[in-house]
Design a protein around this ligand. Structure first.
Ligand code: PLP
Length: 350
C-alpha cells in the first residue's frame, strides 16, 4: 500500500551531502564556509525583540531586500528573498519553466536542477559540457529558458560576464537564470550588473556560502520587475512568509559587515589556491577554481572512490559521485588551513 500520488512515487529526490551527527569530522563535503558568520549577525539575533515573534514577519523581507538593492545598485522592486536559494530556484522553476520544453542546462551541474525539472514537468534539453568541462555560450540559443550555475558546480569553472550576456541576448523571449551561489569566490563579475539592461535575466545568490550562513537558510534573486513579480505570485501561492524575523535581521547585518565578508572570502581563496598548488605537486590534475571547492581528477581508474573511502576512514568527508563523466573526480570544499593540511597529509598517505 502506498499513500503517494503517482507523481510523488516517480520522483527521484536530491541527495544532500552527509551531515555527521557526532563531532570530530573534517567536513569538506557540502561547500559550507569554514569560518563563523559575522559577529554582527549573532548580535542582531541576540538583540532582537523576541516578544515580536508572536507576529508574522514582514512577508517581503524589506529590510534585507533594501540592503541587497543598495549593494548591487538596483531598485527594491528588483529584489526577491527566499528560504535559501534552493527555494528561490524552485519558485523560479514554477514561475518560468514549469510544463515547458527546450529548457537548456548543462549535463554536469547542480544536481537539484533535474529534480525540479521532474517535479515541475520541465522538459530539459541537456547540453554536454566540453571535454575540459567548459561551457560554449554559442550552444545556448533560441530556447524557452536557460538555467546555468555560474561558476558551475561541481566543475568550479566560470563564464565571463560577456559570455553570460551573449546567452541572455541569444534567448530574448526566455528567462535566463544564472545561479551565482559561488560568485563571491570567482574571478569573474556577477551578472547582476546586467539586470537593468535585460528583462529576461534572473540572478540568484545565497547567504549559505560566502556569508557562512548555511544554517540560516537565506537566498535571493535580482531581476527585472516582471520576473520579481512572477516570483512573488508563486510565493504567495505557496508560502507567504518564507523568512522569519530573525533570519531577516541576521542576514541584513551579515551583508552590511563587508569588511568581515571580504576578509573571510580572501582567506578561503588563499587557502584554495595553496591547496590546488599542493595537489598539483602531488601529481593531481586540478583546474583553477572559481568557487570555495576544488574538483580534483583521480590518477587512474578506481582511484577517486578509493581516495574518498581512505579520507572517510580518517574522518575527512569529501564528495564523490558514481556518475558518468565525474566518477573519476573528487570534490573537496575549502576548509581552514589546518583542515586542508590534514586533508593533504591523508592524500599523501594514500
Ligand atoms: C549551495 C548551492 C545552492 C543552494 O544554496 P542554499 O541557499 O543553501 O539553498 C544553490 N545552487 C548551487 C549551485 C549551490 O551550490
Amino acid at each position: 500500500m502506498t499513500f503517494l500520488t503517482p507523481k510523488a512515487q516517480a520522483l527521484t529526490p536530491y541527495t544532500a551531502g552527509i551531515q555527521p551527527k557526532e563531532p570530530g569530522w573534517v567536513k569538506l563535503n557540502t561547500n559550507e564556509n569554514p569560518y563563523p558568520p559575522s559577529s554582527k549577525a549573532a548580535e542582531a539575533i541576540r538583540g532582537a525583540n523576541l516578544d515580536a515573534l508572536r507576529l508574522y514577519p514582514d512577508s517581503d523581507s524589506n529590510i534585507l531586500c533594501e540592503v541587497i538593492a543598495g549593494r548591487y545598485g538596483v531598485a527594491l522592486e528588483n529584489v526577491f528573498c527566499g528560504n535559501g536559494s534552493d527555494e528561490v530556484l524552485a519558485l523560479a522553476y514554477q514561475a518560468f519553466f514549469a510544463e515547458r520544453d527546450n529548457i537548456l542546462t548543462p549535463d554536469i551541474s547542480y544536481a537539484f536542477y533535474p529534480v525540479w525539472a521532474q517535479m515541475y514537468g520541465v522538459t530539459a534539453k541537456i547540453i554536454p559540457l566540453k571535454e575540459d568541462f567548459s561551457i560554449d555560450p554559442g550552444e545556448y540559443v533560441n530556447s524557452n529558458g536557460v538555467i546555468l550555475a555560474n561558476p558551475n558546480a561541481p566543475t568550479s569553472r566560470a563564464l565571463t560576464l560577456a559570455q553570460v550576456e551573449t546567452i541572455v541576448r541569444n534567448n530574448p523571449h526566455a528567462v535566463v537564470l544564472i545561479d551565482e551561489a559561488y560568485i563571491d569566490f570567482a574571478g569573474v563579475a556577477s551578472a547582476v550588473s546586467l539586470v537593468p539592461k535585460y528583462e529576461n535575466l534572473l540572478v540568484v545568490q545565497t547567504f549559505s556560502k560566502s556569508y557562512s550562513l548555511a544554517g540560516l537558510r537565506v537566498g535571493f534573486a535580482v531581476g527585472s520587475r516582471a520576473l520579481v513579480d512572477g516570483l512573488q505570485k508563486i510565493k504567495h501561492s505557496f508560502n507567504s512568509y518564507p523568512l522569519g524575523m530573525l533570519e531577516q535581521k541576521a542576514a541584513t547585518a551579515a551583508m552590511l559587515d563587508t569588511d568581515y565578508w571580504n576578509e573571510t572570502r580572501q582567506k578561503v581563496k588563499a587557502t584554495r589556491d595553496k591547496t590546488i598548488g599542493a595537489l598539483r605537486e602531488l601529481g593531481y590534475a586540478v583546474q583553477d577554481s572559481h568557487t570555495n571547492f576544488i574538483l580534483m581528477k583521480a590518477k587512474d581508474e578506481g582511484h577517486a572512490k578509493g581516495l574518498y573511502e581512505h579520507l572517510l576512514a580518517h574522518k575527512i568527508l569529501a564528495r564523490y559521485w558514481q556518475k558518468p563523466r565525474i566518477s573519476e573526480f573528487l570534490r573537496v570544499s575549502v576548509g581552514t588551513d589546518e583542515e586542508m593540511e590534514a586533508f593533504l597529509q591523508c592524500v599523501k598517505q594514500f
